[in-house]
Design a protein around this ligand. Sequence first.
Ligand SMILES: C[S@@+](CC[C@H](N)C(=O)[O-])C[C@H]1O[C@@H](n2cnc3c(N)ncnc32)[C@H](O)[C@@H]1O
Length: 265
Amino acid sequence: MVGTLAKTHESASTSYSNAASLDARMAIFEAMQAYRATPEEKERSLGLFLRGSLLARLLAVADIYRQIVDLPGMVFDVGTWRGQTAVLCENLRAIYEPLHLNRRIACFDTFSGYAGFSERDKATALHADGTYALEGPDYAQFLRDLLVMHEKSNALGHNNGKHRVIAGDCRETIPQFFTDNPGEFIALAFFDVNSYKPTLEAFDLIYDRLVPGGIIAFWQLTRDVIPAEGRVYAENILGKVSHRIRRAETYPGLCYIIKSVSAQT
Ligand SMILES: C[S@@+](CC[C@H](N)C(=O)[O-])C[C@H]1O[C@@H](n2cnc3c(N)ncnc32)[C@H](O)[C@@H]1O
């Protein structure tokens, strides 16, 4: 893969970084592409090019994941996009709970972009029905295969094929998942679909299946440019659903609620 980073992508255009910092990000990326080393050395040295702000995001997911290690239940990644959080969770599973082979991860996405924007949302050029589109079912299959590769490379890798990648609108695929898998329940769910109705419908379905002490993490809860999660929280969760709320230490945008142990759903 050779190329430069487009500054129009959301990760640069709505970044808190200034121009010099974005230029440095670009320089690191270009250095990665030009890097001269053997394939073995390159494969072993990917951290050379992992910028700090991305590392902060990965550490934040790890900090949350560690809080569910002693809970049973699945991990859901709702709005998985390219699946980075799901892949990270498989690797965290293997590191923190290598014997927990029943920690199944399910990734949900249309893989054809946002779906479900309505009059309650503030659509923009970056966030509207159809943006963030990938190659649909082909990408879903790529992510399935990639997750199996990671499982195989991890401890006890002969137990692979645990995870699911489910393509479609989460308002349909999540209820269908529970119809098909009536015994499944959830320890941790990441949310990132960013329109009001899908976020609310997915929250209601997932919260019903969330174990006491389980976690729902919102990537955009406090971002005013993407207001859906904040609005769902303020209107439907705060003061109505018994929980504690935290923000990730290393990545303040990632906020999460912990279901009260005594909560009645
Ligand atoms: C910002 S991206 C997610 C980024 C990802 N969570 C990450 O950490 O890299 C939002 C994703 O939500 C998906 N999405 C939006 N609305 C959806 C819906 N109603 N059902 C399923 N997926 C949806 C989009 O296709 C897109 O891939």
